[in-house]
Design a protein around this ligand. Structure first.
Ligand SMILES: *Cc1c(COP(=O)(O)O)cnc(C)c1O
Length: 398
C-alpha cells in the first residue's frame, strides 16, 4: 500500500531519528586521525559521561547493544566464573545466553516477566555465597520485552547489605536518556547502553560506562578479547581517538543528539517520558486491556506492553495497523509472541506524536475486530493536558 507522510516507528527501539540528527549525519567523512576528529571524539565522550552520570570512562563501540553486553562480560570475567541475575524477560534471557556462551555459570532466578528483579532474592543468593564465588550481578534496568523497570538502587542496597564484592553490571539500553539513570551514584560497575533508543540515533553504537573496580577486574579477567578490549580503547580515547576506524557519521549524529539532550535537560526529558507512560496506560485501561507490568512502582516510561484479549492475535493487530496507518508497533517477544503488543514512547517524541500513536492503536483495534471499549485516546489526551506544565530551564545541563 502507498503511504504518505511520516512513518510512525513506535517500536521500543530503534526509535524515530529527529531531523536535526539526520541532517548532522549528512556530512563528509573526515580523517579519524585529524585534530578536527579529536574535537568531535572529545565532545561525544565527555557528553556520554554526562548522560551516564559518571566521572569515569565511557567506551564506545561501533556495534548494536549486544556487542556492549559481550564487552561487559569479556572484559571483567573468566571462564567458569559465576554470576547471578533475575529473569525479567527476553532481554535478561539474551544477556544470560551471551554469558553462557563464554562459559560463565549463570545463577538465573526465575521470574514471570511481569515484575522486575527481586532485590531480596538477590540478597539471599549473595549472603549464601560465603566464598564469594559470584563475580557479578547482571541486571536489565528497563526490560523492553515487558515494560518493567527494575530498581538499580535497591539492587545495590541488597549487594551492600550482603557485604558482597561482586561487580554490578546493568543494561540501560532502553532507559538511558529517557529514564533516570546514575552510574556513579548507584554504584554500578559496568553500564551497557545503545544508540537507537533514548539517544535518538540510528542503530550502530553501543557503550560501556566503567567503574574503577571494573577496570581493576579487567586486569585479571582471562576471557579472550581483542575488538572489545577496554584497554586498547583507553589508550586512544583520552585524546578523542579510537584504536580502529570509528563510525564517523554516527558520531556526528551523536554529537547533535547530545546537544539536543543538553538543551532540553535530563530532568525535563525524564518528566516528558513519565507523562507519555502515564497517558499510554490511561488509554490502555480505558480500552479495557491489561498492562503486562504488574507493579505500578515498576512501570516503564519508554515502553508499554499490552496483553491482547484471549483468542486475539497481537501480530494480526500490528499488521492491520501497519497496513492502514503506516505505524510499526513492537511485537510480543519469545513466550509473549502473538499475546502482547508493545507501544514505544521514547526519544524524539511529543504529545501529538503520542496522540497520533494511540489513535492508530484505537482505530486498529476497531478494524481488527478486537473487543475493547472506546475512549482510550480521550483518556490519554486528558492525562496529557492535566500534566502539561512548562518545563524547567535545562537545569541539569552543565
Ligand atoms: C534493544 C535492547 C537490547 C539489544 O540491543 P541490540 O542493539 O539489538 O543488540 C538489549 N537490551 C535491552 C534492554 C534492549 O532494549
Amino acid at each position: 500500500m502507498l503511504h504518505t507522510g511520516r512513518h510512525f516507528l513506535q517500536i521500543p527501539g530503534p526509535s524515530n531519528v529527529p531531523d536535526r540528527v539526520l541532517r548532522a549525519m549528512d556530512a563528509a567523512v573526515i580523517d579519524h586521525r585529524s585534530a578536527e576528529f579529536a574535537e568531535l571524539g572529545t565532545e561525544i565522550l565527555d557528553g556520554m559521561k554526562w548522560i551516564c552520570r559518571t566521572a569515569g570512562p565511557v567506551i564506545l563501540y561501533p556495534s548494536s547493544g549486544t556487542g556492549a553486553w559481550e564487552a561487559a562480560i569479556a572484559n571483567t570475567l573468566s571462564a567458569g566464573d559465576r554470576v547471578v541475575m533475575c529473569e525479567t524477560g527476553q532481554f535478561s534471557n539474551l544477556w544470560r545466553a551471551v554469558a553462557e556462551r563464554f562459559g560463565i555459570q549463570v545463577d538465573y532466578i526465575p521470574g514471570n516477566w511481569r515484575r522486575g528483579a527481586n532485590p531480596a532474592e538477590l540478597e539471599a543468593r549473595l549472603r549464601a555465597d560465603r566464598g564469594h564465588e559470584i563475580k557479578a550481578v547482571l541486571a536489565v534496568h528497563n526490560e523492553t520485552s515487558s515494560g518493567v523497570l527494575s530498581s538499580i538502587p535497591d539492587i545495590r542496597r541488597a549487594m551492600d547489605a550482603a557485604h558482597h564484592p561482586a561487580l554490578l553490571m546493568v543494561d540501560t539500553i532502553s532507559s538511558l536518556a529517557s529514564m533516570d539513570y546514575r552510574h556513579d551514584e548507584w554504584g554500578v560497575d559496568v553500564s551497557v547502553a545503545g544508540s537507537q533508543k533514548g539517544l535518538m540515533l540510528p542503530p550502530g553504537l553501543s557503550f560501556n560506562a566503567v567503574s574503577e573496580k571494573a577496570l581493576r577486574a579487567s586486569e585479571t579477567a582471562r576471557l579472550p578479547r581483542s575488538y572489545w578490549d577496554w584497554k586498547e580503547m583507553m589508550k586512544f580515547n583520552p585524546k578523542g581517538f579510537f584504536p580502529y576506524t570509528p563510525p564517523t557519521t554516527l558520531l556526528y549524529g551523536l554529537r547533535e543528539a547530545l546537544r539536543m539532550i543538553r538543551e532540553e535537560g535530563l530532568e525535563n526529558i525524564f518528566r516528558r517520558h513519565e507523562r507519555y507512560g502515564e497517558a499510554t496506560r490511561a488509554a490502555v485501561r480505558a480500552w479495557g486491556l491489561e498492562i503486562v507490568c504488574e507493579d505500578p512502582a515498576q512501570y516503564s516510561s519508554s515502553v508499554t506492553a499490552v496483553f491482547m484479549p484471549e483468542g486475539h492475535d497481537a501480530d494480526k493487530l500490528r499488521a492491520v495497523i501497519l497496513d492502514n496507518f503506516d505505524m510499526s508497533l513492537g511485537a510480543g517477544l519469545s513466550k509473549l509472541a502473538g499475546k502482547v503488543f508493545r507501544i514505544g514512547h521514547l526519544g524524539s517524541f511529543n504529545d501529538l506524536t503520542l496522540a497520533g500513536t494511540l489513535c492508530g492503536v484505537e482505530m486498529g483495534l476497531g478494524l481488527a475486530g478486537v473487543p475493547h471499549k472506546e475512549g482510550g485516546v480521550m483518556a490519554a489526551l486528558k492525562s496529557l493536558a492535566a500534566t502539561n506544565k512548562k518545563p524547567e530551564p535545562a537545569a541539569m545541563a552543565r
